[in-house]
Design a binder for this molecule. Structure first.
Ligand code: GRG
Length: 299
C-alpha cells in the first residue's frame, strides 16, 4: 500500500469512530447538534487522532480501544479550537477547509455554543474511555495529560498570548513567538503522540518522553509550515484565503527567518523527530512517512 492510500485508510477509520460518537439531530437542541456535527464532519486531515493511534500501535501492536476513543475526544478538542478561532472576536474567518465556518453557517451564538458543546463532548468521551478501559488509572493519566496540554498551560494559553498581541498590534519578539507556537499548536500535537504512547503498558516513562520530544519537533514544524503556506499556499487546496498574517501585520517564523530559513528549520526538526522514532520502528514506518509528509504538506 502506498503512503497516500495508508493515510486515507487511517483517516477513514478515524471518521468512522467519530461518526459513532455523534448525536442525533433532534429535540430543542437540534440546531446546536447540527452545528456540532457539521463542524466535525466538514473535513479536516485528522492528523492528531492519527498521531495518537499510530503512537499507540507502535507500543501496543494494534490500536487499543481506549486509544481510539481518546482520539475522538482529541479531534473534538481540536475542532472546538478551530470553531472558536474563526469567531468574529478572534480571526473572524468565514471560510475553512473550503466550506463556511460554523458561525458563518449557523450564526455567532451557535458558533460559540458549538465550540462549548464540543469541549464538553470531549470530556464525556474521555470519561467513557477511562471507565471502559482495562487499566482505568493508566487511561485516566493519559486523558488528564491531554486536557492539561489543551488548556491554559498549552493550547488555550498560547492562543490567549497570540490574540492579545494581535489586538494590541504588538510586535512579537522571537521569545514570545516561540511561547505562542509551543503552546497554541505544538502542545496538542505533543499530547496526541504522548497520549497514544502512555496508554500502552509496554511504553516506559523514557519512551513516552522520547516520543514527546519527537512530537514537539513535529508540532513546531507543523506551525512553521502553516506560516509558509500562508505566504505561498494555494487558496483552492487550502480551502481558505492566504496572506492573512501579512494583512494583520502578524510576525511569524517566516518574518524572522525568511522562507528558506523556515524550510531549513522544518527539515532540521523533522530529521530530529524521525531520528527518535526510527529507533523504535526502523526507517520505513508509517509514522516516519507521516512526519516527512507533514514537513512538505500543501494542505
Ligand atoms: C480558540 C482555544 C482556541 C484555540 C485556537 C488551533 C488554534 C488555537 C488556532 C488555529 C490557528 C491556526 C491556523 C493555527 C495553525 C496550526 C493549526 C492548528 C492549523 C489547523 O490544524 P490542521 O491543519 O486543521 O490540522 P484540519 O483542518 O486539517 O483539521
Amino acid at each position: 500500500m502506498t503512503f497516500p492510500e495508508a493515510l486515507e485508510q487511517k483517516k477513514s477509520a478515524i471518521d468512522r469512530l467519530i461518526e459513532e460518537h455523534l448525536r442525533k439531530e433532534e429535540g430543542y437542541a437540534s440546531l446546536l447538534i447540527e452545528a456540532v456535527n457539521y463542524s466535525l464532519r466538514v473535513g479536516g486531515k485528522r492528523i492528531r487522532p492519527i498521531l495518537l493511534t499510530e503512537a499507540n500501535r507502535l507500543f501496543a501492536g494494534e490500536v487499543m480501544p481506549e486509544a481510539g476513543t481518546l482520539a475522538v475526544a482529541l479531534e473534538m478538542i481540536h475542532t472546538y479550537s478551530l470553531v472558536h478561532d474563526d469567531l468574529p472576536a478572534m480571526d473572524n474567518d468565514a471560510l475553512r477547509r473550503g466550506h463556511p465556518t460554523t458561525h458563518a453557517k449557523y450564526g455567532e451564538a451557535m458558533g460559540i455554543l458549538a465550540g462549548d458543546a464540543l469541549l464538553n463532548e470531549a470530556v464525556e468521551v474521555a470519561f467513557s474511555a477511562v471507565l471502559s478501559a482495562e487499566d482505568n488509572e493508566r487511561t485516566c493519566k493519559a486523558a488528564a495529560m491531554l486536557f492539561n496540554k489543551a488548556g491554559i498551560g498549552g493550547m488555550v494559553g498560547g492562543q490567549s498570548a497570540d490574540v492579545l498581541a494581535e489586538k494590541r498590534n504588538e510586535f512579537i519578539e522571537e521569545e514570545k513567538l516561540n511561547f505562542i507556537y509551543e503552546n497554541k499548536t505544538q502542545a496538542l500535537i505533543e499530547a496526541s503522540v504522548m497520549c497514544g504512547a502512555m496508554l500502552a503498558p509496554k511504553a516506559s516513562k523514557e519512551d513516552v518522553r522520547a516520543l514527546g520530544r519527537a512530537a514537539s519537533c513535529i508540532g513546531m514544524a507543523f506551525q512553521i509550515r502553516d506560516d509558509i503556506l500562508d505566504v505561498t499556499g494555494d487558496e483552492k487546496s487550502l480551502g481558505k484565503p492566504i496572506g492573512s498574517d501579512e494583512r494583520n501585520g502578524k510576525s511569524t517564523y517566516v518574518t524572522f527567518a525568511g522562507e528558506e530559513g523556515a524550510k531549513k528549520r522544518i527539515r532540521e526538526l523533522t530529521d530530529e523527530a524521525c531520528g527518535i522514532v526510527s529507533r523504535y520502528t526502523g526507517e520505513d514506518d508509517f509514522l516516519i512517512e507521516l512526519f516527512r509528509f507533514l514537513a512538505i504538506r500543501d494542505i
